[in-house]
Design a protein around this ligand. Structure first.
Ligand code: SAM
Ligand code: SF4
Length: 322
């Protein structure tokens, strides 16, 4: 069992397989031109897998592949199969913008993928294009449909932004309810890489919008989930709110993150990270294990988004995988 320096059990590893992305979401990507990390700096799937085996052996039982856009990484289905074959009962999930799902959802499912979280910030083509800075909506919706047809367990993520898609909270809720899938509204997390004019909505404001149509009651967090669940009284539909600005958000944090370059990140907010790249490249698994222990020991107690005067994180979400 992996326990961090604050006594929390860590059983969840998020692996960003690439920082590259085919979208340029305003809340995630910089306004100014920037360059990607050279491909040769990325760990191969074999190298990432060495660390994954070590962490599964230590007690990780949930792995989420993310990015950047994870579906851009070639042979992702083979990587899914490597993890699945090592431990078939692992909770193996993916977070994606959905654009490439129509082409690859089937092979991912066959490789052992169980669950997919798909980002859907708008149901209006022009607004979706404004956020992602690309005409994306029809492919994303098709990706959701294909995943559902294949029997994958789908959740929708929406980041409500003031003046952009804040008037679509109820529409996205209805879209998810009609398909019997869970939607989670994610508070925008201020960070130095996002467009400077982006203003997010606090959880309370999101709930106020939903309360204009429905009566809702609190269910709470299930296990270590970051999502606080609510039930709509009128129809029993359950939705989630991911609210890192709330003080109790970090109490049950159970996760660490691994980037495509091999940085092990204990907390999304802070800059601290340790590299396992050399250790896995040289096959020094004891060293990788020691780095994992140090990262767990030093995992911060809580993020700073919960502090009113916080200036946001310096971390880029497209690098860490959110
Ligand atoms: N490209 C994939 C996607 O968009 O789903 C996976 C990576 S993305 C970084 C993972 C999640 O982080 C997405 O649901 C996205 O909406 C969310 N995200 C990105 N930047 C964010 C921010 N500044 N605040 C809150 N959520 C953010
Ligand atoms: Fe790409 Fe996901 Fe970031 Fe949007 S949120 S730019 S899809 S990594």
């Amino acid at each position: 069992m992996l326990i961090d320096g604050h006594g929390r059990q860590v059983n969840y590893l998020r692996v960003s397989v690439t920082e590259r992305c085919n979208f340029r979401c305003q809340y995630c990507m910089p306004e100014k031109p920037f360059s990607w990390v050279p491909k040769e700096n990325l760990l191969s799937f074999d190298e990432l897998f060495k660390f994954i085996k070590l962490s599964i052996d230590g007690g990780i039982n949930k792995i989420r592949l993310t990015g950047g856009e994870p579906l851009l990484r070639e042979d992702l289905d083979k990587f899914v199969a490597m993890i699945h074959n090592y431990k078939p009962d692992i909770d193996l999930a993916l977070t994606t913008n959905g654009y490439l799902l129509p082409d690859c959802a089937k092979s991912l499912k066959e490789a052992g993928l169980k669950r997919i979280n798909i980002s859907l910030d708008s149901l209006k083509p022009a607004v979706a294009a404004q956020i992602a800075q690309k005409n994306v909506l029809s492919k994303v919706l098709e990706g959701i449909d294909v995943s559902l047809e294949l029997g994958l367990k789908v959740k929708i993520n929406m980041v409500p932004l003031k003046g952009i898609n804040d008037n679509e909270i109820l529409d996205i809720l209805e879209y998810a309810k009609d398909r019997n899938i869970r939607v989670r509204f994610i508070e925008y997390m201020e960070n130095a890489h996002a467009h400077s004019d982006i203003v997010g909505m606090h959880g309370k404001e999101i709930l106020e919008v939903i309360k204009q149509r429905y009566t809702i009651h609190k269910l709470g967090r299930v296990g270590s989930s970051p999502s606080f669940n609510y039930e709509i009284k009128e129809n029993g539909y359950i939705f989630g709110l991911i609210d890192p600005h709330k003080h109790d958000f970090c109490e049950s944090c159970n996760r660490i993150r691994l980037t495509a370059e091999g940085f092990l990140i204990p907390c999304l907010y802070f800059d601290e990270a340790q590299s396992i790249a050399e250790a896995v490249k040289s096959g020094d698994i004891d060293k990788a294990s020691q780095i994992l222990a140090e990262v767990l020991r030093d995992k911060p107690k809580e993020n700073r988004w919960s502090e009113e005067d916080n200036e946001g994180s310096n971390r880029a979400f497209y690098e860490t995988g959110g």
